[in-house]
Design a protein around this ligand. Structure first.
Ligand SMILES: Nc1ncnc2c1ncn2[C@@H]1O[C@H](COP(=O)(O)OP(=O)(O)OP(=O)(O)O)[C@@H](O)[C@H]1O
Length: 270
């Protein structure tokens, strides 16, 4: 195997091997393939996400990051393999168990995905109204609290069109946290943001990890974000349609034996 070639992924090991070094991973992928219909986008994905880590799914455009994300958040069944949360196989579970699990996973979508006709508070309250039996006054309290966590308590009555793109993303984070998830998924959080707003969102992700202790899974190809927030990562490759490596991105930038990964993490300039 050439150290520079995108050949067999060094860490795509069977379940019985190195992944077990991670005691009690929060999320575990075991030989997962994802794609659409007969078309495979990524195959043989085997890695663990440690509890409380910020874990980044990275790779070039079209490598399948969002596709993998869809399988992790319950929108797209994998073509093969297992995805385990707390040791339980998500896609093998009964529908009502899957639904219960999905409620424990918060998702922040790329656009923020807010309802334009609702105030920020109403947007954050929506999952509480849908999935809990809380009284109206309690829902109000929780929604205001979540907006305060993302620094927007003064904007509860604003509409999405009245705030900036960075603030809308924060509302998306507040809504993703509404049901006190123990895993938070972020799809391209910095997309469309200026560098300063993107940096503030990175800071927010780290603050929330500290204060909530949640596990964060982030899809991004923004290098500044990757180095700012990631404890651990997986690199997906479009050409070989599989993962090339896992690890802390700073370590990978310096020491990864695969040139493609080093080039990606240093913008091609070493
Ligand atoms: N609904 C779909 N049906 C069929 N193919 C799809 C669908 N969505 C995405 N694809 C294809 O899957 C491949 C991976 O796309 P995906 O969006 O997962 O990549 P990505 O790494 O997230 O890309 P980017 O960084 O550009 O957002 C692409 O070739 C894309 O055309």
């Amino acid at each position: 195997m050439s150290p520079d070639g995108p050949t067999k992924p060094p860490s795509a090991a069977p379940l019985s091997e190195p992944i077990s070094e991670q005691a009690d991973p929060h999320i575990l992928l075991d030989a997962v393939s994802v794609g659409y219909g007969e078309t495979v986008i990524q195959r043989d994905l085997s890695f663990g996400v440690r509890r409380g880590d910020v874990f980044v799914i990275m790779g070039g455009s079209g490598s399948g990051k969002s596709t993998l994300m869809r399988s992790l958040i319950g929108l797209l069944a994998p073509q093969a393999g297992r995805i385990l949360f707390d040791g339980e196989s998500f896609w093998d579970a009964l529908q009502h168990e899957r639904t219960r699990r999905m409620r424990r996973n918060g998702v922040m979508y790329q656009s923020g995905a807010l309802w334009s006709s609702m105030t920020l508070e109403e947007n954050v309250a929506l999952p509480l109204e849908q999935y809990t039996n809380l009284r109206r006054s309690q829902i109000h309290e929780v929604a205001v609290y979540k907006l305060a966590l993302v620094g927007l308590s003064a904007y509860c009555d604003y509409y999405p069109s009245e705030i900036s793109g960075g603030m809308r993303k924060r509302v998306g984070v507040a809504r993703a946290m509404a049901l006190d998830p123990d895993i938070l998924f972020f799809d391209e959080p910095s997309a469309g943001l200026d560098p300063l707003s993107a940096r503030l969102l990175d800071d927010l992700i780290l603050e929330l990890r500290e204060s909530l202790g949640a596990t964060m899974v982030v899809v991004t190809h923004d290098l500044a974000s990757i180095f700012a927030i990631a404890d651990d990562s997986v690199f997906l490759d479009a050409a070989t349609q599989t993962m090339l490596t896992t690890g802390n991105p700073r370590d990978l930038r310096e020491h990864c034996e695969i040139k493609l990964v080093r080039d990606f993490l240093s913008r091609g300039g070493e």
